[in-house]
Design a protein around this ligand. Structure first.
Ligand SMILES: Cc1ncc(COP(=O)(O)O)c(C=O)c1O
Length: 476
């Protein structure tokens, strides 16, 4: 029989202590540091012990205070997704080849059903309105194509964005916003403004593979910090790393609708994270690519909202919410604004004007909010249909996230399955998925798959999910 990994053995040790009453509800679990000392284990093992206990519903992390024993949840429903431990010291990323080979294989294949996309189906976007706005803009200004655009972008659009941010409790000035070629350019600019090649940047683990590629292209080292589906980045682990010998220059997080976890950080976590980074002089880069797709009653706060020291750089995108083809995003870099403006000018100059005019004319009207409400509702329904089918067709033991918004599901397959194997088998049948392997530099997510739910549920999608289920069962 296989011996369970060390973290599971230790977690079982504490579970036994809780069951036997040696550790009682409300009592404090030894801190991560103490656990490392007492059991002679590494940081990631100690963190994973806490994560296992959290997954069993018997541990509650209280900000600034520690981990406490709690009554296990008795609510029915799928068990939360459990992730293996994360890396411990900064490494150069080295994932580009793996991601490129997955992307290239997908481009060469004839894809009939694409579950790898994070975008919505074309019919869900307001394409006709944007086209009409473009035609109007061309009629109004016949010099659009013979005059250059400003480096920071169209002022009407920057004003609209600043006004919209007020609804998510964030006060930014339009003058300090720079329109970019998607969030990809915004994150590149943020990193170039605050790091140098060789610096270490922390990320959540798992994280969006495009982010790992950006870090690699800038010759940055990466430190992966575990993140969970219910609260995002694990704050005690981050705190421990920030106190360690490695200087962490920046941290990139997705607090609202993380890709791929779908997690939303509670406000207490957001506030604590912002403070923690400020205390350690680690620049916090907020990637809010999916924030507008959150379907909670109350708009969620941003990290920028909690920022008292101008230590958060806010990056966002309009590519998932409005129109992937326009490639528009933006950055609000606070005290690094002038440097970001200079980098933007030297890198790509200002974004073209026509799409900015079309978008600002739409985003500035009440129709935009109505459109977003409709889109969120549709996505909720699509996610529910997809996750129901995954649970029906995939092997027993599969777990799937239930995010409160967005287009993505993160699926944990039973440990014996290979998501890379599934990727190749499925692609040969015209079905594209995102294998978990590309969401971390380590081999931590080999049995995870990201499934996009941007398209309306259909017999074709149902059939493709059945096929994935059959392929998995034949792997066993
Ligand atoms: C979390 C996250 N950040 C950034 C990006 C890049 O966004 P854009 O397409 O606006 O460059 C993506 C795209 O999928 C993403 O999922």
């Amino acid at each position: 029989m296989n011996t369970p990994p060390l973290y599971r053995q230790l977690a079982n040790h504490y579970l036994d202590a809780i069951r036997s009453g040696t550790l009682k509800t409300g009592e404090r679990l030894p801190s991560i540091r103490l656990m490392m000392e007492k059991h002679a284990v590494s940081l990631s093992t100690a963190v994973q012990v806490c994560r296992e206990l959290e997954d069993h519903g018997v541990l509650e992390a209280r900000p600034r205070s520690g981990n406490y024993i709690r009554q296990p949840d008795t609510a029915p429903g799928p068990k939360p997704i459990a992730h293996p431990p994360a890396l411990e010291s900064g490494v150069y990323v080295g994932i580009h080849e793996k991601v490129s080979s997955v992307l290239k294989a997908s481009q060469r294949a004839t894809v009939k059903v694409n579950f790898a996309s994070a975008y919505c189906a074309p019919q869900l976007y307001p394409l006709k309105t944007l086209q009409d706005n473009m035609i109007k803009a061309l009629r109004l200004d016949q010099h659009l194509f013979d005059t250059t655009s400003s480096t920071c972008g169209n002022s009407a659009l920057r004003n609209v964005l600043a006004r919209r941010m007020l609804t998510v409790k964030t006060n930014l000035t339009a003058e300090r916003i720079v329109i970019t070629h998607g969030a990809t350019e915004a994150i590149n600019l943020a990193l170039r403004a605050v790091t140098r090649p060789g610096d270490t940047v922390a990320v959540e683990s798992p994280t969006f593979y495009g982010l790992l590629q950006i870090l690699e292209s800038l010759n940055l080292r990466v430190l992966e910090v575990p993140a969970s589906t219910h609260a995002g980045i694990h704050l005690p682990a981050l705190e421990h790393l920030l106190q360690g010998p490695e200087l962490i220059k920046a941290l990139i997080v997705m607090p609202n609708l993380h890709n791929p976890l779908g997690s939303i950080m509670p406000d207490t976590h957001k506030a604590r994270l912002v403070k923690l980074c400020a205390e350690h002089d680690t620049v916090l880069i907020e990637d809010d690519t999916y924030g507008d797709l959150v379907d909670t009653e109350q708009p969620l706060s941003t990290l920028k909202h909690w920022d008292r020291t101008d230590n958060v750089i806010y990056c966002a995108s309009l590519n998932k919410t409005l129109a992937p083809g326009l490639r528009l995003g933006w950055i609000s870099a606070g005290k690094w604004h002038d440097r970001v403006e200079m980098l933007k000018h030297t890198q790509t100059r200002g974004c073209e004007k026509l799409s900015q005019l079309a978008v600002s004319a739409f985003m500035g009207t009440p129709s935009y909010e109505r459109y977003l409400r409709r889109l969120r509702k549709t996505l909720t329904q699509q996610r529910e249909q997809m996750s129901g089918a995954i649970m029906r067709y995939f092997p027993e033991g599969t777990r799937v996230t239930h995010p409160q918004g967005g287009t993505l599901l993160w699926v944990e397959l039973p440990a014996r399955h290979s998501s890379m194997g599934l990727f190749h088998d499925a692609l040969s049948l015209g079905i594209q998925i995102s294998p978990g392997d590309i969401f971390s530099n380590a081999k931590r997510f080999t049995n995870f798959v990201r499934i996009g739910c941007g398209a309306p549920y259909s017999p074709r999608i149902d059939e493709a999910l059945q096929t994935l289920g059959r392929l998995l069962k034949s792997q066993s």
